[in-house]
Design a protein around this ligand. Structure first.
Ligand code: HEM
Length: 538
């Protein structure tokens, strides 16, 4: 149940590894009984009927019949690798997390993914990419379950099923399998304008990365760090690739979808195999943990907003190197279970309503995806810290727990006492004051500006990047059948920028509508004025 059978890379060792390949001198059944033949079923004569007593045939076929497990409900297609994270020690003043201390080496497992496509879909589609990292720290597992785009489509988890239902293939014909070019997606994002910022990033070159190795990663939500003196700050996590940020162009992306649908997973595997280990620096933007949880007028609990790096630079706190490929895709990449609630002392969550829903969703979905509550015992999911819990039994239990008293307090198994002074680095929820309030179903008014930051993003683009964005919207919307959806989306674009809206409207052969909200001019918003209207994205 503990770390004993797991190597520093999280891979099975010893007995489990011996099981992993057909390395024995002879073939056996699953029970270890020697088999003379696994190629012929038992028959009454060479041309006669197959006998039901053929236990080997039954075992082999039955196991095969159950080889598949459900794919992830989102992020089904992924590729992953092992590596190591080394802390710089630069975060010591803001977090007591031991793995961030200088020169501490922590094994990691990273899974990159697309969001909407099925497990067998193509890699180079226009989509957000997942960037999920499992840190096997000495204080327990920390998962940073992020994306390659710093904002999200929705502000409240209650809308997650809606946005995914809209983004997944049409229910009637399951088309398209992996692209956003369809009516339901555009119907949703034009009706729910809080999706405008994320959609614009998707329509930019960020939606078609050249390689997983050349993507940024973002925690998206604001997290809370706590130091040894129990002082807290708010932070946003960033991964910066050492190779820089690069994208495909749309024509390349489309051609590669056909010619090599495994382009990104091949690229990652080949790079690591040849010793060209990809690296990312982990960085944080740090904000004071104020009562209003805003920074320069930006609501830090709103996952549709970024804090521009010009206002709060990303400070590097460690380096991650991916240096080992998976040995078995199913055992590792498919069975790994990330969860934003896997936290360690010194890292805590905030009240972002989207994050709250995620904290519920991942464990819940994994119980059905991985067949019961014991998937934490699968080698790739085992913590590298000692586990001393009172969870018992259940489907697929593989631990043989000893003792008689899996409850507390007890006087029979040692009682698992809290030793005075011994538990200094335990995870403790930050005691944040919750203001007295009545129950409501509403969003704070600070969540209602859906267009300033998309405009900021558009204004920061070079002419070529703008051309790509216009071409992407024109291509995607031209695939919509519903005229009303196209027209409504043009109204959304008008609220970002008249030039963007005008060019897409021309491409679609439709009139360009006027903006319905006042457009912020460079210099009129705190973020824009500090940047003179330009915002380099890399
Ligand atoms: C995967 C739910 C928002 C990043 C998943 C999975 C679920 C889920 C059910 C499949 C997990 C599994 O089967 O193991 C949700 C919900 C969200 C939400 C309910 C909002 C309410 C986000 C956001 C991000 C994100 C904002 C990025 C910051 C990921 C990633 C994966 C994932 C990277 C794939 C993990 C892997 O590689 O196994 N999400 N998600 N999700 N989600 Fe979310």
């Amino acid at each position: 149940d503990g770390p004993a059978t797991v190597s520093p890379t999280g891979q099975p060792t010893g007995a489990e590894q011996a099981r992993a390949a057909q390395s024995g001198a002879y073939l056996t059944t699953a029970q270890g009984t020697r088999l003379p033949d696994s190629d012929h079923s038992l028959k009454a004569g060479a041309r006669g009927p197959v006998l039901i007593q053929d236990h080997h045939l039954r075992e082999k076929i039955t196991h095969f019949d159950h080889e598949r497990i459900p794919e992830r409900v989102v992020h089904a297609r992924g590729a992953a690798a092992h590596g190591v994270f080394v802390g710089y020690g630069a975060a010591g003043e803001v977090s007591k997390a031991a793995f961030l201390a200088k020169d501490v080496q922590t094994p990691v497992f990273v899974r990159f993914s697309t969001v909407l496509g099925s497990r067998g879909s193509a890699d180079t589609v226009r989509d957000t990419r997942g960037f999920a990292t499992k840190f096997y720290t000495d204080e327990g597992t920390f998962d940073l379950v992020g994306n390659n785009i710093p904002v999200f489509f929705i502000q409240d988890a209650v809308k997650f099923p809606d946005v995914i239902h809209a983004g997944k293939p049409h229910p009637d014909r399951e088309i398209p399998q992996a692209q956003s070019a369809h009516d339901t997606f555009w119907d949703f994002v034009s009706l729910h304008t809080e999706a405008t910022h994320h959609t614009l990033w998707n329509m930019s070159d960020r939606g078609i990365p050249r390689s997983f190795r050349m993507m940024e990663g973002f925690g998206v939500h604001t997290f809370r760090l706590v130091n040894a003196a129990d002082e807290s700050v708010l932070v946003k996590f960033h991964w910066k690739p050492r190779l820089g940020v690069h994208s495909l162009v749309w024509e390349e992306a489309q051609m590669i979808c056909g010619m090599d649908p495994d382009f990104h997973r091949r690229d990652l595997f080949d790079a690591i195999e040849s010793g060209a280990f990809p690296q990312w620096e982990l960085g944080i933007q740090v904000f004071p943990d104020t009562a209003d949880q805003t920074f320069e007028g930006i609501d830090l609990l709103d996952p549709t907003k970024i804090v521009p790096e010009e206002l709060s630079p990303v400070q590097p706190i460690g380096l991650m190197t991916l240096n080992a490929n998976t040995k078995n895709y199913f055992a590792e990449t498919e069975q790994v279970a990330f969860h934003p609630g896997h936290l360690v002392p010194g890292i805590d969550v905030t009240d972002d309503p989207l994050l709250a829903g995620r904290l519920f969703s991942y464990l819940d979905t994994q119980i059905s995806r991985l067949g019961g509550p014991n998937f934490g015992q699968i080698p790739i999911n085992r913590p590298h810290a000692p586990v001393n819990d009172m969870l018992r039994d259940g489907m697929h239990q593989t631990a043989v727990h000893t003792g008689v008293a899996p409850y507390r307090p007890n006087s029979l198994d040692g009682g698992c006492p809290f030793l005075a002074g011994a538990d200094m680095s335990a995870f403790i929820e930050t005691p944040v004051e919750v203001p007295a309030a009545s129950k409501v179903r509403e969003a704070p008014s600070s969540f209602s500006d859906h267009f300033t930051q998309p405009r900021l993003f558009w204004l920061s683009m070079t002419p070529l990047e703008r051309e790509h964005i216009v071409a992407a919207y024109t291509f995607e919307l031209s695939k919509c059948h519903e005229q009303a959806v196209k027209e409504r989306t043009l109204k959304v674009l008008a609220n970002i920028d008249p030039e963007l809206c005008g060019q897409v409207a021309t491409g679609l052969g439709l009139p360009a509508p006027a903006a319905t909200v006042p457009l912020v001019a460079a210099g009129s918003s705190p973020a824009l004025s500090q940047m003179g209207g330009t915002w380099p994205t890399d």
